[in-house]
Design a protein around this ligand. Structure first.
Ligand SMILES: Nc1ncnc2c1ncn2[C@@H]1O[C@H](COP(=O)(O)OP(=O)(O)O)[C@@H](O)[C@H]1O
Ligand SMILES: Nc1ccn([C@@H]2O[C@H](COP(=O)(O)OP(=O)(O)O)[C@@H](O)[C@H]2O)c(=O)n1
Length: 257
């Protein structure tokens, strides 16, 4: 059965379709490599993901960023997402997982850093049931509350949830809902804990050691950057466009010869 990318993404939006491709063909039969990135709010997940993208050619998907984009897009679930985020609460998995899967399929890459996810058991189970993907490992940025608070208050990205009242709620949600997920992965030997109180470069040295433990090698800087920024499909589109431009110019030049 040949299933188009569009059909696959659409299939994720309805629970009754979730197993449409069932055991015959998993929704993600491709050999995707996934690393989950967890840690409290402000522990430095996004900062380290940006470094990993540059060095290892992974596509960075931040669940929080995807949810913020969904609010901006004016979608009908935008209001509900906005209210939950303002309260520091976790958005229902069906929304978040759908956004993640769409971004994965559209990226053209096969290596993903999924940041801020799974945030609770519901997130973990929903993703696993839909994709059959188990993470290679889970990076856990372990940071003190005092340092996370300091970083968030200095972050100044104009986020609705970066205020003292919501920060407190986010810490509570992290302790109640995310730590048990980390504990579960720890029992499976998947957690790689990193002391995230340290300066950015030192934290990244520890991240590199973990990638090396899993045999993941650094890739050329140029190749990584172009793919991470543009995605495979956009690169193909640009090549097509350039070849059309070249044809037009060749015709024009030939006219003068
Ligand atoms: N190791 C670090 N030491 C000091 N500041 C950091 C460190 N890592 C990140 N930051 C800063 O802390 C803030 C929060 O980091 P960010 O990567 O956005 O965290 P998260 O994605 O976990 O919420 C940012 O302003 C970032 O520049
Ligand atoms: N898997 C996720 C990730 C984020 N979120 C929401 O997005 C908010 C911001 O998450 P984030 O990962 O961008 O930021 P930090 O809290 O890590 O700084 C969370 O507090 C949740 O409200 C969610 O509901 N589910």
């Amino acid at each position: 059965m040949v299933v188009s990318m569009k059909e696959r993404v659409e299939a994720t939006s309805s629970a009754s379709n979730i197993n449409k491709f069932g055991s015959e063909e998993s929704l993600f039969d491709k050999n995707f490599k996934v690393v989950f990135v967890l840690g409290g709010p402000g522990s430095g997940k996004g900062t380290q993901c940006a470094n990993i993208v540059k060095h290892y050619g992974f596509t960075h998907l931040s669940a929080g960023d995807l949810l913020r984009e969904e609010i901006k897009s004016g979608s009908k679930s935008g209001g509900m997402i906005k209210n939950l985020m303002k309260e520091g609460q976790i958005v229902p998995s069906e929304v978040t997982v759908k956004l993640l899967l769409r971004a994965m399929l559209e990226s053209g890459n096969d290596k993903f850093l999924i940041d801020g996810f799974p945030r609770n058991e519901e997130n973990r189970v929903a993703f696993e049931n839909l994709t059959n993907i188990e993470p290679e490992f889970v990076l856990f940025f372990d940071c003190s509350v005092k340092e996370m608070e300091r970083r968030i208050l200095n972050r100044k990205q104009g986020r609705d949830d970066d205020n003292m009242e919501t920060i407190r709620k986010r810490f509570e949600v992290f302790n109640e809902s995310t730590l048990p997920v980390i504990e579960g992965y720890n029992c499976k030997g998947k957690i790689r804990k990193i002391d995230a109180d340290k300066p950015v470069d030192e934290v990244f040295e520890n991240v590199k050691a973990i990638f090396s433990e899993f045999g993941i090698e650094e890739v050329s800087y140029k190749k990584t950057n172009i793919r991470a920024i543009m995605g495979f499909e956009r690169i193909m589109c640009l090549i097509k466009w350039l070849s059309n431009v070249k044809k037009i110019f060749t015709k024009k030049i030939l006219r003068y010869l």
